[in-house]
Ligand binder design. Structure first.
Ligand code: C5P
Length: 307
């Protein structure tokens, strides 16, 4: 693809993620929950253009919700943090073309932060390795390191410790994107509340899903997808039940809430089946929009460099 960019600009493309497996442990003293998760990057991307400027600004276009249009945005914080490390001013214009749903459980904000780190590092010609950029990513948020890596990976700790996973096949998904968003901290807090009332974890062993990923039949994966945050997301947004039923009724192999929701990911046999399920679900008026995506997708990468 040919991108026309003004001199002094770079553009980074960064994927959304879903969690094929999300086991949430106890809340730690620092407020985060111990996780074992399998991240899976999918072909739904934000494009982040970073240009030299007189001060720091963040603008967004597209997207389904409000994003703070100033340096409080996670992408702005990423530029500030990298500039501190480089001993310079964070004077860049960050323009985010959003396709990843805002507050949708697909780590869109984290993706934009990861893209900003990579873009600023190129624009400023910083001599940093991916590992050095990843160390800053960890400070910005639990999902930011995975947005750099992409692919399919196991995450532990609060989700920031990433190990790539062997995934033998392309997976095809229909995504049901909700009209509103869910705040991640509220969903974790709701899970704590439900657990105090006796809710027990329902996801299986991560080893089973890792084994299923290493063989080529997506139907083997279907029964193993699981997300401890799903009950909490449904508790906060009961209409999600209808979306999950709709996906199952329209023939998806398996449906689950993506991360903290409210996006619902529907695993399908192949691209044609995913397009079919997406079209049928769209006709039921249970969500704002549908998308057909594939995974694993690559992590944040430079798509134009006019620095
Ligand atoms: O790491 P990140 O800033 O994306 O996390 C947002 C919020 O989600 C945290 O402040 C916390 O409330 C919750 N969270 C959690 N345990 C994790 C990751 C996130 O409780 N492992």
């Amino acid at each position: 693809m040919i991108s026309v960019l003004p001199t002094g600009s770079v553009r980074v493309r960064v994927p959304a993620k879903i969690n094929l497996h999300l086991a949430v442990g106890n809340r730690r003293p620092d407020g985060f929950h111990e996780l074992v998760t399998v991240f899976h990057a999918v072909s739904l991307f934000d494009d982040v253009t970073i240009s030299s400027a007189d001060d720091l600004t963040v603008t967004t276009s597209g997207g389904n919700g409000e994003i703070p249009a100033d340096a409080a945005n996670l992408a702005g914080r990423a530029a500030i943090r990298l500039a501190q490390q480089a001993g310079r001013e964070p004077n860049v214009r960050i323009e985010i073309a959003k396709l990843i749903p805002v507050a949708g459980g697909m780590a869109g904000g984290s993706a934009d932060a990861a893209a900003t780190l990579l873009g600023c590092a190129h624009l400023w010609r910083l001599d940093l390795t991916r590992a050095e950029i990843a160390a800053i990513a960890i400070e910005l948020g639990s999902d930011v390191p995975f947005a750099l890596t992409g692919g399919t990976a196991m995450g532990t700790g609060r989700g920031e410790q990433i190990v790539p996973v062997l995934a033998r096949h392309q997976l095809h998904w229909a995504l049901a994107i909700a009209g509103g968003g869910l705040a991640t901290p509220a969903v974790f807090a709701e899970l704590d509340r439900l657990r105090e009332q006796g809710l027990r974890s329902r996801v299986g062993a991560v080893e089973d899903i890792l084994a299923a990923l290493s063989q080529p039949d997506p139907a083997q994966l279907a029964g193993l997808l699981g997300n401890d945050l799903q009950a909490a997301a449904i508790s906060l947004q009961p209409g999600l039940r209808r979306v999950l039923y709709a996906g199952a009724a329209e023939g998806a192999l398996s449906c689950l809430v993506s991360g903290s929701g409210p996006t619902v990911a529907m695993l399908c046999r192949d691209a044609e089946h995913a397009a079919d399920v997406a079209a049928r679900v769209a006709g039921l008026d249970v969500c704002r929009s549908v998308r057909v995506v594939g995974g694993p997708a690559p992590g944040a990468r430079l798509v134009a460099d006019h620095g």
